[in-house]
Design a protein around this ligand. Structure first.
Ligand SMILES: Cc1cc2nc3c(=O)[nH]c(=O)nc-3n(C[C@H](O)[C@H](O)[C@H](O)COP(=O)(O)O)c2cc1C
Length: 644
């Protein structure tokens, strides 16, 4: 029962129709010279259609070389107003309000995204992630930058935004002035609290002057930087009092800077506690009388409602949750919780793609950023489609094709859906992955797509069904290299262990392969107090894993006592142990009560050739083509669904 989420509340003079806020998120959907695109407008419009109360734009540059990403919008020229006017007009067709976030990245940028211009900062320091030495700003430049913020805010008002959010979080320019970690100045902009906050004070004054007294101006800031020598909660509480005294109309609580450790990151990984900032937000709320927005790892409407009910915040920011499902508010309002596509915080499509310089996409919602292509329009002819394989790729293909009006049936050889995603949810901290398969299953039920479990598709079945199109999504199978003894009874696969098909005996366990699956399985086994060693042929383990997740897993495994041997090539499995050749080429025997094979995967496709004999349209997708990552597999499922 949601009692709070759908009640209106004011921020300054602006009434927000409900408590669900989309916080700012860079997409890279705009142009290099800071112009808004139809792609970005459609992406935002979807969230308004889906019922979010307040949308905050991605961070807008306030000056030409003030970009942390290449394709973000700006309001540093008058000709940029019109595009944003189209954006606000489009959003205002719905009850939602829209604020514009204005920012400068400071040292968290690089010449590569800013036309070769060196980043600037309060002091000449380097962000360990961006790795470009920043140049110290002169006092004249500081004062010029203050004017830039004011001018951008004035243009935002002209463009029809309902408010402006000043981005003073995440280690960007304003945040770096506040931080004793980055601000080493000895003039009036550095040193004591009053000096470090001066840049923000002056920006607030310039913004307020540009937009007038009645226009909502909020501020976003990091409650803790989680870096030694950085800002902590102790200063946060005096800072929020100061922000209220300045005249801000609302405070948006977030955390971290780029340099923060994985569990202090603003875009929290799946290992981070849900509602990570809520308790500090509650303390902040006690200090101020203006509304407080809290964000990071709150993606469940029940949790959001409860946080408000408990008085911890006035509004809930749901960033990635709005990417995975822009219709989350409407589904929650209608009580359709099992149809929500929840964020699993995998970071693969959003943060990782951005860092690679690409546009934002999403593992669980591959249609994001493609709304403008109108991919989901009804198919001209409704075809009979057989989807073979009920992993995420097959299910996504089935859902997409069914939404377009095709008559789809899913066939899965096993007695459950999910493919490799099922076992992927078992390692420590990854349980949320189960929500993806669960919501796809529900979606197919709503779309009346029959699902046949424990059904191996044969030539006879295809002949009998006479499909117009076949999607082959048979996935991958564990790779079993021709190593003597690997077929022994003391050997099993990572899936056998994770899915509880094989109990772990007393005695040492050896996991062969230090990729993501091997690393996670070793951690999983070690949690139940077993002695585990990973053998990896290469010089490093977890080489293909996302850096943030890798650091967390390494730490977890280290604490659980998992041993790692690199440069170790498995030569043979014996009844009581395993033999490997070490870096020097010497044969070494290790005792092992159980050997877990995690050598990787190979594509598995027993059916596409056969299907081709009876059907002119056969589409192979995901790991049945190439064992790889889930982001690609699910995207291919979506693309198959829109092509058929
Ligand atoms: C792809 C992406 C881009 C982001 N860009 C911004 C940004 O432009 N400004 C900002 O203040 N925060 C940005 N963030 C942080 C989000 O606003 C939010 O604080 C974070 O995702 C945690 O909230 P969530 O768990 O609800 O996603 C970004 C997050 C993501 C995933």
């Amino acid at each position: 029962m949601l009692t709070e989420l759908f009640t209106p509340k004011k921020i300054g003079s602006c009434t927000i129709p409900n408590r669900l806020v989309v916080p700012a998120m860079v997409t890279n959907y705009c142009t290099e010279d800071g112009m808004i695109t139809e792609r970005y407008i459609r992406y935002m419009e979807e969230k308004a259609k889906g019922g979010f109360g307040l949308l905050i734009t991605e961070d807008y540059a306030v000056e030409e070389h003030g970009k942390g990403y290449k394709y973000i919008p700006g309001l540093y020229r008058d000709d940029q107003i019109e595009g944003s006017r189209q954006l606000t007009d489009r959003i205002h067709q719905y009850p939602s309000k829209i604020f514009c976030q204005i920012y400068h990245p400071g040292r968290q940028s690089s010449p590569a995204v800013n036309g070769g211009v060196q980043p600037i900062a309060p002091s000449p320091t380097k962000c360990p992630l961006c790795m470009s030495l920043a140049r110290e700003m002169s006092v004249d430049e500081i004062q010029e930058m203050v004017k830039n913020f004011g001018n951008a805010a004035g243009r935002a008002k002209q463009a029809g935004f309902d408010g402006v959010e000043v981005h003073a979080a995440h280690g960007y320019l304003i945040s770096s002035f506040l931080s004793p970690l980055i601000n080493k100045r000895t003039d009036e902009y550095g040193g004591c609290f009053d000096n470090r906050v001066r840049f923000l004070d002056e920006i607030y004054a310039a913004v307020r002057k540009a937009v007038g007294e009645d226009f909502p101006v909020t501020v976003r800031f990091s409650r803790n930087e989680f870096v030694m020598g950085g800002r902590t909660e102790a200063e946060t509480y005096e800072l929020v009092r100061h922000m209220e005294e300045l005249g801000f109309d609302g405070i948006h609580v977030t955390n971290g800077i780029y340099q923060s450790p994985p569990l202090g990151q603003a875009i929290g990984p799946m290992f981070l506690d849900h509602g990570f900032n809520m308790d500090v937000a509650e303390q902040i709320r006690k200090m101020v009388s203006i509304p407080v927005i809290v964000t990071n790892r709150i993606n469940d409407p029940h949790m959001a409602d409860t946080i408000i009910k408990m008085g911890k915040a006035d509004f809930i920011g749901m960033g990635r949750g709005s990417i995975t499902d822009p219709y989350l508010p409407e589904k929650a309002r209608a009580g359709k919780f099992d149809q929500i596509r929840y964020c699993v915080a995998c970071l693969q499509g959003c943060e990782m793609e951005l860092f690679l310089g690409n546009c934002v996409t999403c593992l669980v919602n591959p249609s994001v950023g493609r709304e403008y292509e109108d991919n989901l329009k009804a198919a001209a002819v409704s075809k009979k489609v057989m989807v073979i394989g009920g992993g995420p790729a097959g299910l996504m293909a089935a859902e997409t094709a069914a939404k377009r009006g095709h008559k789809v049936t899913v066939y899965e050889a096993q007695d459950h859906l999910g493919g490799q995603f099922r076992s992927a949810a078992y390692p420590v901290g990854k349980g949320e992955l189960a929500t993806f398969v669960s919501s796809l299953r529900k979606s197919l039920e709503v779309l009346h797509v029959p699902v046949h479990l424990s059904t191996e598709v044969t030539e006879d079945l295809i002949k009998a069904e006479k499909p117009d199109a076949v999607v082959v999504a048979t996935g991958a199978r564990p790779l079993m290299p021709p190593i003597p003894g690997l077929d022994g009874s003391n050997v099993c696969t990572a899936e056998d262990v994770l899915l509880g098909r094989r109990d772990i005996p007393n005695g040492p366990v050896v996991v062969c392969g230090g990729g993501e699956v091997g690393g996670e399985t070793a951690g999983f086994i070690a949690q139940t107090n077993h002695d585990v060693t990973i053998l990896e042929m290469r010089d490093e383990i977890l080489m293909d894993m996302m850096p943030v997740n890798k650091i967390v897993l390494m730490d977890l495994n280290h604490k659980a006592g998992v041993r790692v041997l690199t440069g170790a090539k498995v030569a043979e499995v014996e009844n009581d142990g395993i033999v490997y050749t070490d870096k020097n080429g010497s044969r070494v025997k290790m005792p092992a009560a159980l050997v877990v094979s995690a050598f990787g995967y190979k594509a598995y496709d027993p059916i596409s050739e056969i299907a081709g004999k009876y059907c002119g349209e056969v589409c192979k997708i995901g790991c049945s083509v190439k064992a790889g990552n889930a982001l690609t597999a699910v995207r291919e499922g979506y693309e198959a669904g829109i092509k058929i």
